[in-house]
Design a binder for this molecule. Structure first.
Ligand code: SF4
Ligand code: SF4
Length: 433
């Protein structure tokens, strides 16, 4: 099969997927309490619909979406609401969590399963179930299902290009029928027929497995070159269609919607089983964890309980929520599993690199690695010198924070942090205007 890929830049980090790729999903046990964050998505935080002393069931709505770009929150256990607690989320922000005492009965409050739903019913169910992009972006999915422009094709992202993470790979092996039924629902919601399903070449078994279950002439599975960030929306669209999303634009502007395989599975479960979004599939890996694994876990379980369940930790120096390229580094394991927890990594000293930066030597490697064609060293320099307008003129807002520039930089410049800071300062400046 011919391998497709994006046009320029990109890197080939060590894959590290062997640590967990052969581990089938295990059901993560739940402790005496869960802590459900009221913010688990991009957009407005939820308003709690319960108070201390209320009895709640599994799947019951306990947080109401505040506005169109927001997502409902549901309980992952049955039991009694103990109250609210401010805890740190993976990004280090203090967020309100609803604390629920688990009664271990797992009484359910599922939605009514739908047999042959209309497009409107699928979108309404997606919204009610609180489904967000499970690839890590956590953008509310119902918003994506109502694009302004007609959609030429739906693109399914099975690339999972981040090192270590094997969640989507395992899902494609273990739940191909459910994923493809979820894809059918998305097609119906978007009123589109064509589907391009992209999977990286390092997941040969998943490619064969998905192809063996496809029963739709208008769904084509493509093998993508193993190259980071192959799973970036714009990179994936280029690889599969050779079309370019305009600078500052969205995939839907040129007629495409990109969804991750886990998101399609969540939609299948919401529509056909009536299950709201209160669990997530994730990888726990890195040489710092005693037993790397893929888990199916309820939202609200602290990371420390996950580490205990997997036999504890070896000596590690870094905790990352998400992948090593785009995930966030955390300072403890008190954070809980939320809708965006695609992975928990415990990395040893040998797995990370020294990050003491030295001055830029002008080698240009960062620019050659950038898949967006930016000049990261110039944006870095502009930010350091507080020249925000200059950073904007270098298109800093287009940065997808993939980390390729920092990965290749021989001077170990913290280039992603500079790009993030540039984006924040540009947005603040424009808001003031
Ligand atoms: S983090 Fe931004 S600047 Fe750096 S390579 Fe990725 S897109 Fe380019
Ligand atoms: S890769 Fe690093 S040293 Fe080379 S130009 Fe970019 S910032 Fe400078």
């Amino acid at each position: 099969m011919f391998k497709l890929t994006f046009k320029r830049g990109g890197i080939h980090p060590k894959e590290m997927k062997d640590l967990s790729k052969d581990s089938a999903f295990e059901e993560m046990p739940v402790g005496a309490k869960v802590y459900i964050p009221l913010v688990q998505h991009i957009g407005a935080p939820c308003t709690p619909t319960v108070q201390a002393g209320d009895y709640v069931k599994v799947g019951q709505k306990i947080g109401l979406a505040n506005g169109y770009v927001s997502a409902n929150i549901h309980s992952s256990v049955s039991g009694t609401v103990l109250g609210f607690e401010a805890r740190e989320n993976a990004a280090g922000r203090r967020v309100r969590h609803i604390v629920i005492e688990n009664d271990y009965k797992y009484d359910e409050a599922f939605l009514e399963p739908l047999e042959n739903p209309s497009s409107e019913e699928i979108i309404a169910r997606c919204k009610e179930a609180g489904i967000v992009g499970m690839g890590g972006a956590t953008f509310p999915t119902h918003v994506k299902l109502e694009p302004k422009n007609p959609i030429k094709a739906l693109i399914i992202n099975g690339s999972e290009c981040e090192p270590y993470i094997t969640t989507d790979y395992r899902l494609m092996l273990e739940k191909p029928i459910e994923i493809l039924k979820g894809v059918d629902l998305v097609k119906k919601a978007l009123d589109t027929k064509q589907v391009f399903f992209g999977i990286e070449a390092n997941k040969k078994e998943a490619i064969e497995h998905i192809i063996s279950h496809v029963d739709d002439e208008q769904l084509s599975v493509f093998e993508l070159k193993t190259k980071y960030p192959q799973g970036g929306e714009k990179q994936l669209i280029y690889a599969l269609t050779k079309e370019i999303v305009p600078n500052g634009g969205l995939p839907s502007d040129i007629g495409y919607i990109v969804l991750n395989v886990s998101t399609c599975l969540a939609l299948y479960e919401a529509v056909y089983l009536g299950k709201t979004s209160y669990t997530r599939y994730l990888t726990v890996s890195g040489k710092g964890i005693k037993r790397p694994a893929n888990l199916h876990a309820r939202i609200g379980i602290p990371y420390e309980e996950v580490v205990d369940y997997l036999g504890g930790a070896n000596e590690f120096v870094k905790i990352i929520s998400g992948g090593p390229m785009m995930g966030v580094s955390m300072h403890n394991l008190k954070t809980v599993i939320s809708k965006g927890s695609s992975a928990i990594l415990l990395l040893t000293e040998k797995e990370i690199r020294d990050v003491s930066p030295t001055p830029c030597i002008g080698c240009g490697r960062c620019a050659r690695a950038c898949p967006i064609n930016l000049m990261p060293m110039l944006i870095d320099d502009a930010v350091l010198n507080n020249k925000i307008e200059k950073a904007e003129s270098y298109y800093a807002l287009s940065c997808i924070e993939c980390g390729c520039c920092a990965y290749v930089c021989p001077a170990k410049r913290p280039l992603v942090q500079s790009q993030r800071l540039a984006k924040k300062l540009i947005r603040e400046k424009n808001l003031k205007k």
